[in-house]
Design a protein around this ligand. Sequence first.
Ligand code: C5P
Length: 238
Amino acid sequence: MATRKQSELYSGKAKTVYITDDPTQLILYFRDDTSAFDGKKIERFSRKGEINNKFNAFIMEKLAAAGIPTHFERLLSEQESLVKRLEMFPIECVVRNIATGSLCRRLGVQDGLDLDPPVFEFFLKDDARHDPMINEYHIRTFGWANPKQVEQMKEYTFRINDILKVLFLEAGLLLVDYKLEFGDVQGQVLLGDEFTPDGCRLWDVKTREKLDKDRFRHGLGGVTEAYEEVARRLGMPL
Ligand code: C5P
């Protein structure tokens, strides 16, 4: 029986999450609008929801095939996907292979510097406090996740780096950095949320042209076109 959408659970920057008639499943609706700078900049891009929904499905399936447990179940429609319902940790896991963005602002390091080994950072999901950086002691003391779950999140985040760096490089793209979110279901840590160009940075390997959400953040234009270009290079069906 097809899972039916019921009430809205949560509406984020670019997705709305719906409860379904199955308590173990949720529906993600990828909207066309996008926001940056804590919601100060909002714009709508035709076809972006559909591209991100399909992009996320493609990446989640690649990760699952490589042994990473994820919440993704299947595509339901152009802009909707069915996922397992998780108890999300209020934490963002970021890995950086090249310095840019907030790392450069915080530490004054040169934009574009190769990071070897890659840098791992935790942030607290708290828009009102602009997602402050936290460490494992904060996570443990405030009970946001237990030490075993923290280890699991780090392990998966680095394994995902190994898998996706290669996948993108073969498509002529540098995986500069990305943000992941995890959740728990029945004592298991699973990758949740999404993996799309909204939550990672991808640069053309030769020109270092930005092909991700930075085009929107910095008003560079061609946002949808850049996402489509990444999808095309990955050989994704759109
Ligand atoms: O802004 P910053 O340089 O810390 O971002 C690092 C990576 O995490 C980027 O790929 C960015 O798109 C992603 N990110 C995100 N959601 C946030 C913060 C960062 O997807 N709230």
